[in-house]
Design a protein around this ligand. Sequence first.
Ligand SMILES: Cc1cc2nc3c(=O)[nH]c(=O)nc-3n(C[C@H](O)[C@H](O)[C@H](O)COP(=O)(O)OP(=O)(O)OC[C@H]3O[C@@H](n4cnc5c(N)ncnc54)[C@H](O)[C@@H]3O)c2cc1C
Length: 389
Amino acid sequence: MFDTSPLPHYFSPEHEQFRDMLRSFIASEIIPNINAWDEACTFPRELYRKAGALGLLGLGYPEEYGGTPCDIFYQIVLAEEFARSGSGGIQASINSHTIAMPPLLAAGSEEIKRRVLPSVISGKKIAALAVTEPSGGSDVANLRTTAVRDGDHYVVNGEKTFITSGMRADYITTAVRTNPAVKGAAGISVLLIEGDTPGLTRTELKKMGWWVSDTAQLHFNNCRVPTRNLIGIENQGFKLLMHNFNSERLFMAALAYGFAQVCLEEALDWARQRNTFGEPLSQRQVIRHKLADMVLRIDAARCLVYDLAYRIDRGVGDPAQLVARICMAKVQATRAMQFCADEAVQILGGMGFMRGTRSERIYREVKVMMIGGGSEEIMKDLAARKLGF
Ligand SMILES: Cc1cc2nc3c(=O)[nH]c(=O)nc-3n(C[C@H](O)[C@H](O)[C@H](O)COP(=O)(O)OP(=O)(O)OC[C@H]3O[C@@H](n4cnc5c(N)ncnc54)[C@H](O)[C@@H]3O)c2cc1C
């Protein structure tokens, strides 16, 4: 296996201690159960509390809300180690707050932060982000869910779809149109909608992968949401949502090469053990080339993510170029994941098609990584525009 030992200018001994702790949590709490949970399409809610107790849900949040301030390399470690579980679904659910809570932290009132963040960070409550609608997810500026002011409430009507943790969420950070007269980004706001709000109903969705993760369509029918649950300034929510996407995309890129690495490891183990025509598969040049092709894609994606994390951490570089390269990193890493999942299943042969191998699951989970959080087409187009093409 190629050398993946941590680089000291990116990862300190403290990062590595955190990695060890996380690795043993995932090895003891998730890996032994993940096949059964995936088949059952659910996992115990208790896992949030366990993750919360270890401080995994509060990374990057101030201590006053129960969090642990940290640099971006802790987030990279979080993604890399969660990928070792071989399940995108479990990480998507456990970490759904990582896309739902940043708008609250950035722009929520002190009252909301104190009320919501500690309960989510400790794993007592679950948070989801609801942006995508049945009419489209890429074109966020065109969203149709309305929130019309009525005294000290907004009345919310509309639908959101494909929402991770949507069935379980106690708090739903929701993108709404507060000014229906204005088309496009200008009339959009962010509202925190509580899970027990009358008029909110949910429908569970069945999926190609991420079975263990709940994914829902949310229906808002005259939901009355207190105006104090507005996050940031009315009609200025679009920027808040866009800013949120950058960290989500870098995190997804780290996850993607992490999953690719799991496929590589499973394929390499198999190739060493499996004999055909009197020799291990790993002795065949055509198989060795497949493995080498996997390594080069993983390595390229990993190096790009580390370089970007370093630049973000140090505040180096033009912000527009950084956004462009984050988009590119997501594309490159998810392509590496797709390539490696495909080649790993091929190397495993019929076994790669069987439920229970990690490569089989990751193969089913590739497309959501290439679509969710900004699809490949949208990523390339945004990158091109940011680069001034
Ligand atoms: C399992 C899962 C979990 C998800 N979790 C969440 C969540 O928690 N919260 C949330 O808000 N959303 C979530 N999503 C939604 C996800 O972010 C969207 O699916 C994604 O943004 C794409 O939107 P869409 O599916 O509506 O596709 P569309 O926007 O309809 O696009 C369809 C296809 O057309 C392409 N396309 C669109 N516009 C253009 C263009 N201008 N030029 C070229 N090609 C274009 C797209 O790339 C895509 O390939 C989730 C999705 C899945 C599958």
